[in-house]
Design a protein around this ligand. Structure first.
Ligand code: DGY
Length: 330
C-alpha cells in the first residue's frame, strides 16, 4: 500500500509493545498531545482526518467525536467501555471494540489482594512498622477479620466475578452472587456458588466484591441503604468502576465504622479521590491498577491494536461491540 493511502489513527495515550508495532503495520499514528485536556472538543479536533481512534477509559468518546467524517473504528484499550457512546457510534457506522478476557485473572488477583489487605490491615501494618511504632508483640495488635471460611458476596458473576469465585474456593469461602443473568444449576454447582438477592447477599457477606460494568442501572448500586444493611465487620471491594458506589455514602460508612473497611481501585471522579477516603484509615486505595501486570497490560495493547488493524482492513474485529455498525459502514 502506498503510504499516502494509509489510514491515520489517533492514538490517545502511550501504548505498550507490541501494540505500536501491530498498529504500524496498517496505519500512520497521530499522537494526541500529551497533557492536553481530555475534552470531547479536543478529541474531535484531534480526530479530524483519522479513520480510527485508539482510546482508553478516561477518554470521552461522545457523539461529537463519533461524528468525525471518515471515522471507522474506536478501539478502547479496556474491557469497560462506559466512556464510549456505543449507541451513537452505531448510528454513525463506527465500530467499537474492547479488550475482554485477557485481564480477568489479573484483575481477580487484585480484587483478592485488596480483600486481604483490608481484612488483615496490611497497609496500616506497613505504616506502623515504618513509623517505628513496633515496640513489641502484643496479643491485641492490629486485629483483623478472617478471609478463610468467610462468606464472599460477588455482585456480578461475569468473567472476572467467576475468576474471583475460583480463588475463594482455595480459602474455603462460601460464595454468594447477585446477577441479573443467573448461572445454570450446573455452573453453580461446578463453581460452588449460590445465587442470592441483593439484600441477602449484603446482609450475609463478610466480603462484598463488585464486578459489574457501569451502566444507568448500576450507577450507585451501592449507596447508603445498601451499606446500612452490611455487617459491621464486612469489607467492600471495588475493582469495577467508581460510580457503581456512592462515594459520599461510603465515606460516611467508613468514618462511622458502619463496615470494617473498603478496598478501592476505582473512584467516582477519577483521578480525583474523595478527601474522606484519603482520610479513612480503614480503606486501602489504589490508582486503578487491577489489570496492571506487565503481561496483561501489553496483551491489552496488542489486542486493541489488532482490533483496529482488522477494522481498518475492512474486516470484522474479534471484539466488536456493535456489529450493527457494519451495515452502516462508511
Ligand atoms: C478495564 O479494562 O476496563 C479496566 O478498568 C482497566 O484495565
Amino acid at each position: 500500500m502506498n503510504t499516502q493511502d494509509r489510514p491515520r489513527v489517533l492514538n490517545m495515550h502511550k501504548l505498550l509493545e507490541p501494540g505500536p508495532s501491530v498498529l504500524a503495520e496498517a496505519a500512520d499514528v497521530v499522537q494526541f498531545p500529551d497533557g492536553k485536556p481530555l475534552t470531547d472538543d479536543n478529541l474531535a479536533e484531534a480526530a479530524q482526518g483519522c479513520a480510527g481512534i485508539l482510546s482508553m477509559l478516561m477518554d470521552p468518546i461522545t457523539e461529537k467525536v463519533l461524528a468525525t467524517p471518515g471515522l471507522r473504528c474506536v478501539s478502547n484499550v479496556a474491557v469497560g467501555y462506559d466512556n464510549v457512546d456505543v449507541a451513537a457510534a452505531t448510528r454513525h457506522g463506527v465500530m467499537v471494540t474492547n479488550t475482554p478476557g485477557i485481564l480477568d485473572e489479573t484483575t481477580a488477583d487484585f480484587a483478592f489482594a485488596l480483600m486481604m489487605a483490608v481484612a488483615r490491615r496490611v497497609v496500616q501494618a506497613d505504616h506502623f512498622v515504618r513509623g517505628t511504632h513496633f515496640k513489641g508483640w502484643a496479643i491485641d495488635m492490629m486485629l483483623g477479620v478472617d478471609v478463610n471460611h468467610a462468606t464472599l458476596g460477588l455482585i456480578g458473576i461475569g468473567r472476572i466475578g467467576r475468576a474471583v469465585a475460583k480463588r475463594a474456593r482455595g480459602f474455603n469461602m462460601r460464595v454468594l452472587y447477585a446477577d441479573t443473568s443467573p448461572l445454570s444449576a450446573d455452573e453453580e454447582r461446578e463453581m460452588g456458588v449460590t445465587r442470592a438477592d441483593m439484600h441477602t447477599l449484603l446482609t450475609q457477606s463478610d466480603f462484598v466484591s463488585v464486578h459489574v460494568p457501569l451502566t444507568e442501572n448500576t450507577h450507585h448500586l451501592i449507596g447508603a441503604p445498601e451499606l446500612a444493611v452490611m455487617k459491621p465487620t464486612a469489607v467492600l471491594v471495588n475493582t469495577s468502576r467508581g460510580p457503581v458506589i456512592d462515594e459520599g455514602a461510603l465515606v460516611d460508612a467508613l468514618k462511622n465504622h458502619r463496615i470494617f473497611g473498603a478496598g478501592l481501585d476505582v473512584f467516582e471522579r477519577e483521578p480525583q479521590v474523595h478527601p474522606g477516603l484519603i482520610a479513612a484509615h480503614n480503606a486501602v486505595l489504589a490508582p486503578h491498577i487491577a489489570s496492571a501486570s506487565t503481561r496483561t497490560r501489553s496483551e491489552m495493547c496488542a489486542m486493541a491494536a489488532r482490533n483496529m488493524v482488522t477494522a481498518l482492513r475492512g474486516g470484522r474485529p474479534a471484539n466488536l461491540l456493535n456489529p450493527q455498525a457494519l451495515s452502516r459502514r462508511r
